[in-house]
Structures are given as structure tokens and as C-alpha cells.
Design a protein around this ligand. Structure first.
Ligand SMILES: [Zn+2]
Length: 137
């Protein structure tokens, strides 16, 4: 597994070094809103921080399972076969308990274009934003 350099620009497209951007969330700081969470989850896919993806997924997500090991393997396989090219944020509907982010991901899987647009739903439980599910359009 190749490691993403912390001095590279953050995968989320912020123009800031990874170590000063999404890595702070991967290390435990809580995102202050759903957009930060969404971007940091995207970055987690790029740097293959599968644990972060799992820890920020709500129990009501269709992929959620208590079989953490097989879930981890599935995510790792997805990360390893995917080449994430770009993240574009289209819309952010911010609210205190439930927020939505619409985005476009440019993505190649095994060299094939699998780019998609998704509107994701996030909820806030106590202080923590979680990814609930996404709608493709
Ligand atoms: Zn970032």
C-alpha cells in the first residue's frame, strides 16, 4: 500500500497540505459541519483511511455492518482499484441536525470512468456528523 504524503495537497481540493487539512479530522478532530465531513471522507478514500470511513458512517447506511473486518476489506479493495481524480462540490445545504452535500466525483475503477454525482445526507449525533446515505443523480 502506497502512503499518501502528508505534504501533498489535500485530496479534497482545498489547495492546502493534507496534514493541515483533512488529516486533522482523520486524526480525531471532529468536522464542524457536514461539508467538512464529506470532504474528509473523500480524502479518506484517497489515502485509504478505511477506519475513518467506517467511523463516520451512520448505522442506517445500507453498507453499515457490524462485520467490521469484511467491511474493511471491501472498502480497501474499492480504494485499491479506484483512482480518484477530482472532487467538485455542487451544493451544500447546511442545517444544525441534518445537512446535504451534492458533489461530483471524477473516478476511474480499473481504468474505466466511473464518475458520478451524488447528493449525500448527513446527520449530527451529539457532536459528531455522520454519513447516512446518498442519492445518485
Ligand atoms: Zn482536505
Amino acid at each position: 500500500m502506497t502512503k499518501y504524503s502528508v505534504n501533498n495537497k489535500c485530496p479534497c481540493g482545498s489547495d492546502i497540505k493534507y496534514k493541515k487539512c483533512c488529516q486533522v479530522f482523520h486524526k480525531g478532530k471532529l468536522p464542524s459541519n457536514a461539508l467538512e465531513l464529506m470532504k474528509s471522507r473523500y480524502s479518506a478514500y484517497v489515502v485509504k483511511d478505511v477506519k475513518y470511513i467506517i467511523n463516520t458512517t451512520d448505522v442506517n447506511n445500507p453498507d453499515y455492518t457490524i462485520q467490521t473486518e469484511s467491511w474493511t476489506n471491501d472498502l480497501l479493495e474499492f480504494c485499491n482499484t479506484s483512482e480518484f481524480k477530482n472532487l467538485d462540490i455542487i451544493e451544500f445545504i447546511d442545517d444544525s441536525k441534518e445537512s446535504f452535500v451534492k458533489f461530483h466525483v471524477t473516478l476511474f475503477i480499473n481504468g474505466k470512468d466511473n464518475s458520478f454525482t451524488e447528493k449525500s445526507k448527513f446527520i449530527k449525533l451529539k457532536d459528531k456528523w455522520l454519513y447516512v446515505n446518498g442519492e445518485f443523480n
